[in-house]
Design a protein around this ligand. Structure first.
Ligand SMILES: [Zn+2]
Length: 91
């Protein structure tokens, strides 16, 4: 009988070939959804979506854009926020 948790699609199915030549079914965690801009909700590009375990294998420079609000705001919103900030500081 199949284990109950194996029947749901919570886990991703991956066919893996064993050293003995058999193909077996492996169950893997799914990648999370793409990151969203916290201001407008647009998809953020340049951020790989991996489970936390795999994320630590990625170089730090490739995890997030290296600019202020990188990984939080999209480039358009970042520009607007920085301009708003600069204007409020002038006064
Ligand atoms: Zn945005």
């Amino acid at each position: 009988m199949v284990q109950g948790s194996r029947k749901s699609r919570t886990l991703r199915r991956a066919h893996r070939r064993t050293p003995g030549g058999k193909t077996v079914l492996c169950f893997k965690r799914r990648n999370p959804n793409s990151a969203k801009c916290s201001r407008c909700g647009a998809k953020l590009s340049g951020i790989p979506r991996k489970i936390p375990l795999k994320f630590k294998n990625i170089p730090k420079t490739k995890r997030n854009p290296a600019r202020p609000y990188g990984g939080n705001l999209c480039s358009k919103c970042t520009r607007q926020v920085l301009i708003e900030k600069a204007r409020s500081e002038e006064e």
